[in-house]
Write a protein that binds this ligand. Structure first.
Ligand SMILES: NC(=O)c1ccc[n+]([C@@H]2O[C@H](COP(=O)([O-])OP(=O)(O)OC[C@H]3O[C@@H](n4cnc5c(N)ncnc54)[C@H](OP(=O)(O)O)[C@@H]3O)[C@@H](O)[C@H]2O)c1
Length: 292
C-alpha cells in the first residue's frame, strides 16, 4: 500500500515506519525533518499533490507545547482539516487520525481542544476514518517516556502532591499494531481509546520505571502542586513538555475502558516489563506474528 504518513519523524511515526517498511509498504513521509512544515499546509490544495496514488493517510503530527511559530490551532486543527478535505476531494477514503486520550467531552486544555476539533471534523466527513486516542505511550525513543525514566532515576523520586494521579500507559507496539489493523479493517468510522490494561498511579509508575532500569525502590518527594506549576513555568524555555497546562493534564488524570479497543485488536495491551520498556515496536511485535 502507498501510505502518506504525517509526523513520520516522530516517536509514533518512526516506529510505524519501521513496521510498515518491514511489511513492504510504500511510505511517503511528511515532517519538518523531511522538509515540510505542516503548520503552513492549511489549504486543501496544498495537500492534493501529496495524495497522488495514496491509499491510506495517517496523521501522527503533534506538539505537546506551543513555541515560536508552532501553534496548536495551525498544527492540530487547521492543517489536518485541510488534509481531510483534500482526502475527500482526491477520493482517498482511508484516514487514520492520531488524537490523544482525553480529547473527548472532558477536553479542557488547548492541546486537547485543538485535537478534538480535528477529530470532530474528520468524524463529520464521508470517509473511512479512525480516530485513535492513545494514553501515555512508553517504549524506546519516546520523548515523554524518556523524561519519566529520567525522573524515576533521581535519588528521590519527585511526585505531584500525593502522587496518586491515574495513568494507563500503553506500549508503542500496541499503538502501531492498532494503526496497522485500521489500514485494512472493515470497521471504519470508529473512535478507540488505546489504553493499558490497568490504571497505575503516577508515583507507582515512576517506581516501576525505576525498578525496570535496575535501581532499587526509591524514596518519594511529595511536591505541592503550586511548586510543580512554578517549576514548569520557569522551565518552559528549556522544554515544550514543561508547561503548566501539561502538569494540569497530568493532575486531571484521564482514564478510559480498554474494552472496545481490545475487542477491535483481538487482544489486550502488552503487559509492562523491563524488556518492553527498552523495546521499539518492531522488536516488541516480532514475537506477535507478521504485519500485512
Ligand atoms: N507519545 C505519547 O505519549 C502520545 C500519547 C498520546 C497522543 N500522542 C499524540 O500522537 C501524536 C504523535 O506523537 P509522538 O509521540 O510521535 O510525537 P513526537 O515524537 O513529538 O512527533 C511529532 C511529529 O510531528 C512532527 N511535527 C511537529 N511539528 C511539525 C511541523 N510544524 N511540521 C511538520 N511536522 C511537524 C514532528 O516532526 P518534525 O519535528 O521533524 O517536524 C514529528 O514527526 C501527537 O499528536 C501526540 O499528541 C502521543
Amino acid at each position: 500500500m502507498k501510505i502518506l504518513l504525517i509526523g513520520a519523524s516522530g516517536f509514533i511515526g518512526r516506529n510505524l515506519s519501521g513496521v510498515l517498511r518491514q511489511a513492504g509498504h510504500d511510505i511517503v513521509p511528511v515532517s519538518r525533518h523531511h522538509g515540510v512544515d505542516v503548520s503552513l499546509m492549511r489549504r486543501s490544495e496544498q495537500w492534493l499533490p501529496w495524495l497522488r496514488g495514496v491509499e491510506v493517510v495517517i496523521n501522527a503530527v503533534g506538539i505537546i507545547g506551543e513555541s515560536g511559530g508552532q501553534g496548536f490551532a495551525a498544527l492540530h486543527t487547521e492543517a489536518p482539516v485541510a488534509l481531510f478535505d483534500a482526502c475527500l476531494a482526491a477520493g482517498v477514503r482511508r484516514v487514520i487520525q492520531i488524537s490523544a486520550l482525553g480529547a473527548d467531552t472532558r477536553a479542557a486544555s488547548a492541546y486537547h481542544l485543538s485535537k478534538r476539533a480535528a477529530d470532530d471534523y474528520l468524524r463529520s466527513l464521508d470517509l473511512d476514518w479512525w480516530v485513535l486516542r492513545p494514553a501515555l505511550i512508553y517504549g524506546r525513543g519516546g520523548a515523554s517516556s524518556e523524561m519519566f525514566q529520567r525522573l524515576a532515576r533521581l535519588p528521590i523520586v519527585p511526585v505531584i502532591g500525593d502522587g496518586r494521579q491515574p495513568l494507563q500507559p500503553v506500549h508503542i507496539a500496541d499503538v502501531v499494531a492498532t494503526i496497522v489493523a485500521c489500514m485494512t479493517s472493515e470497521q471504519a468510522r470508529t473512535t478507540l481509546d488505546i489504553v493499558g490494561n490497568e490504571v497505575v498511579e503516577y508515583a507507582h509508575w515512576l517506581q516501576r520505571l525505576r525498578l525496570a532500569q535496575g535501581y532499587r525502590q526509591g524514596g518519594v518527594l511529595h511536591l505541592p502542586l503550586w511548586l510543580v506549576l512554578l517549576g514548569a513555568w520557569a522551565g518552559q524555555v528549556f522544554s515544550p513538555m514543561l508547561r503548566t497546562e501539561n502538569i494540569r493534564m497530568l493532575v486531571t488524570g484521564y482514564r478510559a475502558s480498554p474494552n472496545s479497543w481490545n475487542a477491535f485488536l483481538g487482544r489486550r495491551a502488552l503487559d509492562f516489563s523491563p524488556a518492553l520498556l527498552r523495546a521499539n515496536a518492531v522488536e516488541a511485535l516480532s514475537g506477535q506474528g507478521s504485519v500485512s
